[in-house]
Design a protein around this ligand. Structure first.
Ligand SMILES: Nc1ncnc2c1ncn2[C@@H]1O[C@H](COP(=O)(O)OP(=O)(O)OP(=O)(O)O)[C@@H](O)[C@H]1O
Length: 245
């Protein structure tokens, strides 16, 4: 479970990226962080996964405070960062193996886990190629395998389907549903409403660094009096900018 508590982050004097963001992402639930470009999603995620230190507020990962005990919090997290940051000379398989080893896996257990992920992500064909020159979608798959290799209880994904084609998007959705069915806490950010609508049990809408709505898709529709989720979002944010594909 992940609890964001009154997170604040400013960059310099002018930019308030995140202002008092609080929400809870439960286990066995897919929580979507939805908002237009520049809303503060990536900055929020970075604070959750301990890359950026909040100016104020904190977050708990399975009860562990990310500001006070970042290393412990990190062990309970699998992260797909916005910058996928791959090693060009390692193959896709080597990426997954390397991160598995960093998390203490080895031997047959590691081999089996890596094979399973290569199948789940439909990446057998690229498994033994160096990642240099990989397409955007191929890079996402490698980063995803790397994020999940240690079977984390909590999974944070920043715009996971960005740059993926239809088949790969479906593979990612299937994988996220599986993580949810396994009882994990899944949080992902997106600026694409359809993406969030297709997957999420719970939606946290962020605009200008603040949470402007938080609830199930049905609750969001009911609270805005709109029939379609699309209209509900537009009503919540006050603009359709950045929300449409
Ligand atoms: N390192 C930084 N230095 C200065 N400003 C930053 C930095 N990181 C983010 N910002 C600013 O903070 C605001 C929120 O950015 P953030 O990347 O969190 O938004 P986002 O919702 O993830 O947007 P997108 O969908 O475009 O990725 C923006 O105004 C951005 O320019």
């Amino acid at each position: 479970m992940i609890e964001a508590r009154n997170l604040h982050k400013r960059f310099g004097k002018k930019v308030t990226a995140v202002e008092d963001v609080s929400f809870t992402a439960e286990d066995g639930v897919i929580t979507g962080l939805l908002g237009p470009n520049g809303a503060g999603k990536t900055t929020t995620m970075r604070m959750l996964y301990t890359l950026v230190r909040p100016d104020r507020g904190t977050a708990l990962v399975d009860g562990v405070d990310v500001v006070q005990r970042p290393e412990e919090a990190r062990r309970a997290l699998g992260v797909l960062p916005d910058a996928r940051g791959l090693y060009p000379r390692l193959t896709a398989r080597e990426h997954a193996r390397y991160y598995g080893e960093l998390h203490g896996l080895s031997g047959a257990a590691l081999d089996q886990r890596v094979d399973e992920l290569l199948d789940l992500l439909d990446m057998r064909d690229i498994a033994d190629r160096r990642t240099e020159g990989f397409s955007q979608g191929q890079r996402v798959k490698v980063a995803m395998a790397r994020a999940l290799v240690h079977g984390p209880r909590n999974v944070l994904l920043d715009e996971p389907t960005n740059g993926l084609d239809v088949m790969s998007t479906r593979a990612v959705r299937t994988l996220l549903r599986r993580l949810k069915d396994e009882g994990r806490c899944v949080v992902f950010s997106s600026h694409v409403m359809q993406e969030v609508a297709a997957l999420c049990d719970r939606i946290v809408v962020v605009a200008h660094g603040r949470v402007v709505a938080d609830g199930t898709p049905d609750a969001l529709r009911a609270s805005t009096g709109k029939d379609s989720l699309e209209e509900a979002f537009v009503a919540t944010i006050g603009t359709d900018q950045g929300l449409m594909q």
